[in-house]
Design a protein around this ligand. Structure first.
Ligand SMILES: Cc1cc2nc3c(=O)[nH]c(=O)nc-3n(C[C@H](O)[C@H](O)[C@H](O)COP(=O)(O)O)c2cc1C
Length: 172
């Protein structure tokens, strides 16, 4: 049944709590400083050219630096990296955040989390403002990934992980 109009925002929030998403940190380098925040709004856009989308609130500390530098890295977090996600979504700020985890300088000095699930380096190819956010289109310029797939997920307001893979011969 459709929700009454006055409840739409609340109902939308409640529905979105049911959307499990991989947690990433989007990072950039601008004016000799590192910036980064936790995001779940990363979506693959196209394979050829390799591109993705990330939606970033204009009030966040990383927004202006991405607009200026025109580059960013998506570090997809592993299931044991919820502390990194918490650090980059509040509490600490600026360069202090980058003491959580092992951060290195990648192409164009953009910082990336060394033992993340994957790192995707992008140049900004396009952007579209929408309400409080900007939708950034990133053209992929380099990729790193780990073989083992154990992403950190965010669902129903909490960090979680995929169930452990069944061992061969085990019934599911
Ligand atoms: C799990 C999770 C996912 C988030 N996803 C996004 C996102 O996709 N885009 C966004 O702009 N903020 C997102 N945020 C909020 C930012 O991480 C948060 O506002 C952060 O504090 C902004 O950094 P700042 O304080 O340096 O501006 C998310 C937060 C959490 C905890």
């Amino acid at each position: 049944m459709l929700a009454p109009r006055s409840d739409l925002n609340l109902e939308f929030r409640t529905a979105m709590r049911r959307l499990a998403a991989t947690v990433s940190v989007v990072s950039t380098f601008c004016g000799e400083r590192r910036y980064g925040i936790t995001v779940t709004s990363v979506t693959s856009l196209s394979i050829d050219p390799s591109s993705l989308v990330v939606c970033i609130n204009r009030n966040t500390s990383v927004h202006g630096p991405i607009v200026s530098s025109q580059r960013f890295c998506i570090s997809m977090l592993r299931e044991n990296q919820s502390a990194v996600a918490r650090t980059f979504s509040g509490g600490h700020n600026g360069a202090e955040r980058f003491t959580s985890g092992d951060w290195l300088d990648g192409p164009m000095c953009v910082p990336y989390l060394r033992d993340a699930q994957a790192n995707i380096f992008c140049c900004v190819e396009g952007s579209m403002p929408y309400a409080s956010h900007t939708v950034f289109i990133g053209r992929v310029i380099d990729v790193r990934f780990r073989e083992q797939i154990r992403p950190l997920l965010y669902c129903d307001g909490a960090y979680t992980a995929l169930p452990a893979p069944a061992r061969s011969g085990e019934q599911t």
